[in-house]
Design a protein around this ligand. Structure first.
Ligand SMILES: *[C@@H]1O[C@H](CO)[C@@H](O)[C@H](O)[C@H]1NC(C)=O
Ligand SMILES: *[C@@H]1O[C@H](CO)[C@@H](O)[C@H](O)[C@H]1NC(C)=O
Ligand SMILES: *[C@@H]1O[C@H](CO)[C@@H](O)[C@H](O)[C@H]1NC(C)=O
Ligand SMILES: *[C@@H]1O[C@H](CO)[C@@H](O)[C@H](O)[C@H]1NC(C)=O
Length: 534
């Protein structure tokens, strides 16, 4: 019936429109009140088996808008309520609110909150928020325990318990430092969210300093627990424990089986936020969760292999990849750095893309390769590979590298992977700029890493740098950048036995197998999951 008024009519239309607007408004409020009343009526009668004659006991404490109705309206509603109960009872929410699952769920959260009250994390005066609660069972549980100042927030509103997020689900509609207590429950729904970091920032914003944050997650390994905590730079970790999860939630995907939930309690810092970065003091102490991972890793090959071209290649089958041991969900970004990437097919395309277990995450890929002959093919892969056409080094400086064109040097290992003979190796003197020596740009790899990734990112690295690992790895230790790396695949270059010539060692490298073993061992002692790359 709506029609667009001509511009001249617009003013005139306003006056006669008013009474009908007021009437519409009153009717809307009436209907709303009827709904609330019926809902509460049905709820009390069905679940509690109580009658509803105690006046305002029957109503939730409603938001301010309820006052508009005025006393007469409420009186009118009361008499109309019983009559229209049936009409509204088909409403989806009504069915939900009175369902057995709904009630069970509220009871579950009620017991969770009672424990938190007993431990002093929550009190009746706590202004409380439940995040990502589509239906609001958590909120009702809080209210029933006497924590009246409680509200839920979710993508879409479920009035009166839950309000909607703003900015397409990104922003909580609350001021900074609003809540004393924030709860993230949902039977561990958190684990299925990809962009949890955003949610973590919002929680950190609306939680008051000294306020408590409680999270229910399905994380059950210490690595992912640590990643989860690290996402909240607002807060310090207080405690965590395992509890029985709630079964049979209407939006719980795997009902039926028993679920263990990890309950994590954190507290917001009074001043500012905690800054996580590599190179900090905590980096020198190897945390327990990293030691645990290293203990579970495949053993290092202790004795120098007589046929390294077979033994080391085969070893890749024993590798225990980090994502096959722990949950990597609670990371901010996922990054693969290939240092000495060579051709696209040599490791990024053939191994990382196809074989590395990624838990369905999208990785950013950095290929570091100074050899110009490989650069062209990365043009076509620009979309997912960032090429750094430089040499990873211990500082920013131009380097003179000897390009090794000698075809006699272990042809069988590298020959199949592109221009295999063109590996580069540093020479100390700058004098002999002749054929066979190229000038290339070296950059401070450790500094670059610290500027590019954070402790919250998942970083996996492959390093095959023709002996430069003996410079780069110590530099990573020295700068603390080593703590930013979750997993390393390292080819260590030593004077290995040659396939071509039995009884002869490669003259290309000076280091011995034992020195390599020391390098691997030192990495593992620092809690770095390093694997022997072939
Ligand atoms: C709220 O906090 C955010 C960061 O958490 C800050 O950027 C913003 O300026 C704050 N807003 C107000 C009004 O203080
Ligand atoms: C974590 O849970 C998964 C599946 O529920 C299970 O396979 C795995 O063994 C658990 N890990 C630990 C460390 O308890
Ligand atoms: C992986 O992600 C895709 C889309 O992002 C999704 O459809 C698929 O179900 C996911 N698989 C697993 C095993 O999580
Ligand atoms: C090295 O070069 C990078 C990139 O140009 C620059 O950001 C960085 O500050 C330089 N580092 C040093 C120590 O000069």
């Amino acid at each position: 019936m709506k029609k667009v008024p001509h511009s001249g009519e617009a003013v005139l239309m306003e006056l006669p429109a008013k009474p009908s607007f007021v009437r519409n408004f009153l009717v809307k409020i009436l209907v709303f009140c009827v709904f609330i009343f019926c809902f509460r009526f049905a709820y009390v009668v069905t679940i509690r088996g109580e009658s509803c004659d105690v006046g305002d006991f029957c109503f939730f404490s409603m938001p301010e808008s309820f006052n508009f109705a005025g006393t007469t309206t409420i009186a009118a509603v009361s008499s109309a309520a019983v009559v229209s109960t049936e009409a509204v009872s088909d409403d989806r929410k009504n069915i939900l609110y009175t369902s057995k699952n709904w009630r069970k769920s509220v009871q579950y959260y009620s017991s969770v909150f009672q424990d938190l009250i007993a431990e002093g994390f929550l009190s009746p005066e706590s202004k409380s928020l439940c995040v990502d609660t589509p239906l609001g069972q958590e909120v009702l549980a809080l209210k029933e325990l006497g924590i009246s100042d409680a509200v839920g927030v979710a993508k879409t509103a479920a009035k009166p318990l839950v309000v909607a997020m703003k900015n397409s689900g990104r922003r909580q509609p609350f001021e900074n430092n609003t809540f004393d207590f924030v709860f993230y429950g949902g039977g561990g729904r958190i684990d299925s969210l990809s962009k949890f970091e955003e949610i973590a920032v919002e929680i950190g914003r609306t939680l008051k300093p000294e306020g408590y944050l409680v999270i229910h997650s399905r994380t059950n390994d210490t690595y992912s627990l640590h990643s989860l905590i690290a996402l909240f730079n607002c807060c310090t970790f207080i405690k965590s424990r395992e509890i029985q999860g709630y079964i049979g939630d209407d939006n719980n995907v795997d009902d039926g089986s028993s679920v263990m939930i990890r309950e994590v309690v954190m507290k917001k810092e009074e001043f500012g936020s905690i800054v996580y970065s590599g190179g900090s003091k905590e980096c020198s102490v190897v945390p327990g969760y990293k030691q645990e991972i290293v203990r579970k890793a495949e053993v290092l090959i202790q004795v120098e292999p007589l046929k390294p071209w077979i033994t080391l290649k085969k070893n890749i089958q024993n590798v225990k990849y980090l994502p096959s041991m722990v949950d990597i969900s609670f990371k901010s970004r996922y990054i693969y750095v290939d240092v000495g990437a060579r051709s696209y097919g040599s490791s990024i395309g053939s191994w990382f893309k196809k074989q590395y277990p990624k838990q369905n995450k999208t990785f950013e890929v950095y290929a570091i390769e100074a050899d110009k002959s490989f650069h062209k093919e990365y043009e076509a892969k620009k979309k997912w590979v960032n090429l750094l056409p430089y040499a990873a080094w211990v500082k920013n400086e131009s380097l003179f590298f000897e390009v090794n064109h000698d075809p006699g040097d272990d042809p069988e290992e590298k020959g199949s992977k592109g221009r295999g003979m063109g590996r580069i190796k540093p020479v100390q003197s700058h004098d002999g700029v002749s054929s066979g020596v190229d000038e290339i740009v070296g950059f401070d790899f450790a500094e670059w890493l610290k500027a590019t990734v954070t402790e919250r990112d998942f970083v996996v690295m492959k390093m095959d740098v023709e002996g430069t690992e003996f410079d780069l790895i110590p530099r990573l230790f020295e700068t603390g950048a080593i703590c930013l790396i979750d997993e390393i695949f390292l080819e260590c270059h030593y004077n290995r036995w040659q396939r071509c010539c039995p009884g002869e060692r490669s003259a290309k490298y000076e280091k011995t197998y034992d020195q390599c073993l020391d390098l691997f061992t030192s990495l593992r002692e620092r809690g770095v999951l390093v694997h022997q790359w072939w």
